[in-house]
Ligand binder design. Structure first.
Ligand SMILES: *[C@@H]1O[C@H](CO)[C@@H](O)[C@H](O)[C@H]1NC(C)=O
Ligand SMILES: *[C@@H]1O[C@H](CO)[C@@H](O)[C@H](O)[C@H]1NC(C)=O
Length: 441
């Protein structure tokens, strides 16, 4: 059984309609302006690619005087012979937009997110969606936030070559299972080969000569960023500047509100299903299979500089790791998991405990001098792909720095960036999400 989402949502139908409201809190913590955004895009929210099609994102591009730039899908060449295939056996893809001017020898790669599938049933439903098959993927997507080519939205990376790699393997670009038949049905668990095939293609398209390169990703793609950061570094010239940014990808091995290790059992299923234990050298007999997949373990072995961007009250994790529906039979968390402003004081105390667990986990990397982090106290999930949260006059700030400014300062060594925000509800600049239904897994 999926950890928490209602059975009807486990299959994530792409036509699913979703509404969510952005709420900016006023100075005193009272509700500020409330924007209603009806999103008709795929409800595959973890990808957060939906922000790109949200009216708000378009409005902000329009305000910048540019029409939103659409970037076409490129299907990987010779994917079949490389065995680099999406869950359903279709050819994987990516969107590439060339850089210009002083950015033409710099590359920013973004790994799309979108949760994971833990068993054949949930992977089968992915095979019929954009998260498991390129047959369903949009042929063009909008590039916003860190992918934007508008200097006012994306001051440091706007003119770089940019690539968004589509996620269709169900296990953070990590599986490499040879056998295609699983209980008589064809499933391709080939995320590692997809990663390699796309990188191979990009190397030939200019990545091999990059002077600067930045591997980024959000949610399950943020986890993939931790997993592949050093391999990415190894592809680039020795004298190039190479760093990684994981956005909303620091998933914690916490006890949920009923004392169960929901995330660990979820990850354990993913690791077993896609034989990830064989993929990760850090995954040995001292670790439970599920533990191998947590960033806390993965980051111990990374040598490339990484920036950890994460909200302290990650909305996906609150909904699926901390207060999953299956652990809340009385539905006492129903309102709180949709809107942090509706949490009781007892629930807030539990959220503060969750924040502390994140801080404790991150403190292990504090001694890594060239790493950076930005942990704001917002109730949100990914923040680098949306121009409103990445960089705008009203974007969230910590020490008066937007996320884009902090990440840019760190990438270019303009200063050390280790930002930890004060406790909720202290930060009036947060864009806290308000949901009508939880994120999909
Ligand atoms: C395959 O089917 C068998 C028998 O129905 C079941 O026990 C096993 O768990 C299934 N394997 C997977 C990976 O779902
Ligand atoms: C915050 O930053 C903005 C622009 O980045 C600047 O104009 C403003 O003066 C700063 N405010 C404070 C209090 O430093």
């Amino acid at each position: 059984m999926p950890p928490s989402s209602p059975p009807s949502s486990a299959s994530a139908p792409a036509s699913h309609h979703l509404r969510l409201w952005w709420r900016r809190r006023g100075r005193a913590g009272a509700a500020g302006a409330t924007f209603a955004v009806a999103l008709l895009a795929a409800a595959l929210l973890l990808t957060l690619s939906y922000y790109a099609s949200a009216p708000l994102a378009s409005d902000s591009s329009a305000a910048g005087g540019r029409s939103p730039a659409l970037v076409g899908l490129t299907l990987v060449r010779r994917a079949q012979e490389k065995g680099a295939l999406c869950l359903d056996g279709s050819v994987p893809g990516y969107h590439l937009r060339r850089g210009f001017g002083s950015g033409s020898e710099s590359w920013l790669i973004h790994l799309e997110g979108g949760g994971w599938c833990r068993n054949l049933k949930s992977c089968a439903s992915r095979q019929r969606s954009i998260l498991g098959s390129s047959r369903y993927m949009e042929r063009q997507v909008e590039f916003t936030g860190i992918l934007s080519n508008d200097k006012s939205q994306n001051p440091d990376f706007y003119n770089w070559n940019k690539v968004k790699i589509r996620y269709c393997d169900g296990a953070s670009f990590s599986g490499n299972v040879k056998d295609e038949l699983q209980n008589g049905t064809r499933f391709f668990f080939r995320g590692q080969r997809i990663w390699e095939a796309v990188m191979n293609e990009l190397v030939f398209k200019g990545l091999r000569n990059a002077k600067q390169a930045f591997l980024t990703g959000c949610s399950a793609g943020g986890l993939a960023t931790y997993i592949h950061c050093d391999a990415f570094h190894a592809l680039l010239p020795k004298d190039s500047r190479v760093k990684c940014l994981a956005d909303g990808g620091f998933f914690l091995d916490v006890e949920d509100i009923s004392g169960k290790r929901t995330m660990q059992s979820f990850y354990s299923d993913v690791v077993r299903l896609q034989h990830l234990g064989e993929q990760f050298s850090h995954c040995n007999s001292n670790l439970e299979p599920g533990q191998c997949f947590f960033p806390r373990e993965v980051v111990k072995h990374i040598v490339t500089p990484v920036f950890i961007l994460n909200p302290a009250y990650d909305a996906w994790q609150v909904q699926h790791a901390l207060a999953p529906e299956a652990s809340d039979p009385q539905h006492s968390w129903l309102d709180c998991r949709l809107d942090i402003a509706k949490c009781s004081s007892e629930q807030l105390e539990i959220l503060q405990g969750f924040r502390k667990e994140l801080h404790d986990a991150i403190s292990e990397v504090k001694q890594k001098r060239d790493w950076g982090f930005y942990i704001n106290s917002c109730f949100v999930h990914c923040q680098s792909l949306n121009s409103l949260t990445w960089h705008s006059p009203t974007s969230p700030r910590v020490n008066n720095k937007s996320i884009a400014e902090a990440v840019g300062d760190w990438f270019f060594d303009r200063r050390e960036v280790k930002e930890i925000d004060c406790e909720y509800p202290c930060n009036p600049t947060c864009h806290n999400l308000v949901f009508t239904r939880p994120f999909k897994i």
